[in-house]
Design a protein around this ligand. Structure first.
Ligand code: PEP
Ligand code: MG
Length: 516
């Protein structure tokens, strides 16, 4: 059976699915036992990077634990339930807060509570080559078990959570699955009780297949990306090809920077908007961007303005009663219909990235007139963001019509384009990108490649810098194709950066040998 989710760390792994079971505790002890477990937790957390271990120590030392545990212990007399009741109580308080950072800490309290309970019982550890099915697992446990793990499935855990950040650092293939996989979690717990569940995890494409057919397992051999940083640039002759990173969340930024990304090729700003009924406050948006800017000092950062619509819902998108799916008011079309929220959004970007090498990119642009209108709004936002200048502007090439007007965009003031091959392929092939039956593969389709090759040539001719930020940028089958097209920059998920640099250098040295 296949479970689809979000790809968090690329790679492929095989193993038995495993989830830690609730600890079997005979004699839990009283408050001193809690304090001993807390101290062990702090000692274990010391193995994490400094900022994370300090954050975990601060959370576990929060006086709310002491109050809650003393109260629940007096009522029930049973320490494990006092710990879980306290964790749930604190999490519920945090979930009610407006501040998204504090809201996100709710999950940390639940995970730490679960770990404290495990620390009260016998140690649990996975067998070698397990695929961890993680639900209430903390980053501390993840780091401890990493030697035995082949991969990680995060259930009900946001890709922004600390466990996800630590998973990225471990370079273990990882995916995040939505909550409907509850049954899968229970199966994983049973797997630890002698009901093995062989599984194949694909962190490139974001799925897990339980009991995979032999043919499928042969098609996807295990593959681990390296977590070794590679800050050296890649050159074709005297020209550099930038290997940039796509950032979906602020937590991706330090990881991408540490791995040696030459810049950010796509910052998907939707993370602050999706599933929220209202626009975030200017100050919240600005400070989030400032944090990202501080990790990429001196490197270019391409920020894409809000790309809502289609499958990304937020901001109360107006509908006309028809379901337009991917063909309706999306991306820049929506922003132009709601100029005030757009102005505030751009102002937050300009203020948050003040002093950085920031560039602004508009999504889903179809007509030059949309670019003109968006440019005028950016000029107004720069006026509101005191002291800001208008940064270099560009468009995503996602709609085929835009690919035939690149000269006009350049004349209107665009200085770069980035090929969003995920949407470009969907509109080129008339095939929904979300459909599991989408059989059109840019990596093997000659018509798509001819179209893109022409468009890149036209963009270069118009003096535009050319990047690629769709998934095809990191397709192993297309590395040589992108070099031949003459693109300036490829932007991929952070974990792929060192891998892609190595692959480009390899392709370049192979073609150099062929020429001589
Ligand atoms: C794309 O369409 O290729 C792209 C990078 O944008 P997104 O995947 O966010 O739609
Ligand atoms: Mg897109």
């Amino acid at each position: 059976m296949r479970y689809h989710g979000v790809a968090v760390v690329p790679g492929v792994s095989r193993g038995q699915l495993w989830a830690p079971r609730p600890a079997n505790i005979q004699d839990a002890g009283g408050f001193e036992a809690f304090e001993a477990a807390r101290q062990r937790f702090i000692d274990d957390a010391a193995a994490l990077p400094e900022d994370l271990s300090a954050m975990y120590a601060a959370i576990v030392l929060d006086p709310m634990w002491d109050d809650g545990i003393a109260r629940h212990l007096a009522a029930s007399g049973w320490l494990p339930s006092a710990v879980s009741a306290t964790a749930a109580e604190i999490a519920a308080t945090l979930e009610d807060l407006d501040d998204p950072y504090l809201r996100a800490r709710a999950a940390d309290f639940i995970q730490i509570g679960a770990q404290l309970i495990r620390l009260l019982g016998n140690a649990v550890a996975p067998a070698p080559e397990s695929i961890l099915c993680a639900r209430d697992v903390s980053a501390v446990e993840l780091a401890q078990w990493s030697e035995q793990l082949a991969g990680i499935v995060l259930i009900d855990v946001a890709p922004t959570a600390h466990v996800a950040i630590v998973a990225r650092g471990l370079a273990l293939p990882t995916i995040a699955l939505a909550g409907e996989c509850k049954g899968l979690y229970e199966s994983a717990q049973r797997a630890g009780e002698g009901a093995p569940l062989p599984s194949l995890l694909n962190g490139f494409e974001g799925w897990l297949e339980t009991a995979p057919e032999r043919e499928l397992a042969q098609r996807y051999p295990p593959q681990r990306i390296t977590s070794q940083a590679d800050p050296a640039p890649v050159h074709v002759g005297d020209r550099a090809i930038g290997v940039f990173a796509n950032l979906n969340f602020p937590g991706d930024a330090p990881f991408a920077a540490a791995l040696g990304a030459d810049g950010v090729g796509l910052l998907r700003t939707e993370f602050l908007y999706v599933d929220r009924p209202r626009q975030p406050a200017l100050a919240e948006e600005r400070s989030t961007y400032a944090r990202i800017a501080s990790t990429f000092t001196g490197r270019p950062i391409i920020v894409r303005t809000l790309d809502l619509g289609g499958d990304k819902v937020g901001l109360g998108i107006e509908h006309d009663g028809l379901d337009h799916g991917m063909l309706g008011v999306r991306g820049i079309r929506l922003s132009l219909r709601q100029p005030e929220p757009f102005l505030q959004h751009v102002q937050a970007i300009l203020e948050g990235f003040a002093g950085a090498d920031v560039r602004l990119m508009f999504p889903m642009v179809t007509l030059p007139d949309e670019f003109r209108q968006a440019r005028e709004l950016v000029i107004e936002a720069a006026r509101r963001a005191k002291g800001s200048r208008v940064p270099p502007l560009g468009i995503m090439v996602e709609v085929p019509a835009a690919a035939y007007a690149l000269e006009v965009f350049a004349r209107e003031g665009a200085s770069f384009v980035s090929f969003g091959t995920n949407d470009l392929a969907q509109y080129f092939f008339a095939s929904d990108r979300l459909s599991a039956d989408n059989a059109f593969d840019p990596a093997t389709n000659a018509a798509f490649q001819a179209f893109v090759r022409d468009a890149v040539a036209r963009a270069k001719h118009a003096g535009l810098e050319v990047g690629v930020c769709g998934e095809a940028a990191g397709s192993a089958a297309l590395t040589s194709f992108w070099i031949e097209c003459g693109v300036d920059e490829l932007s991929v998920s952070p974990g792929l950066v060192p891998w892609l640099k190595a692959r480009l250098r390899n392709a370049l040295s192979t073609s150099a040998k062929e020429v001589t």
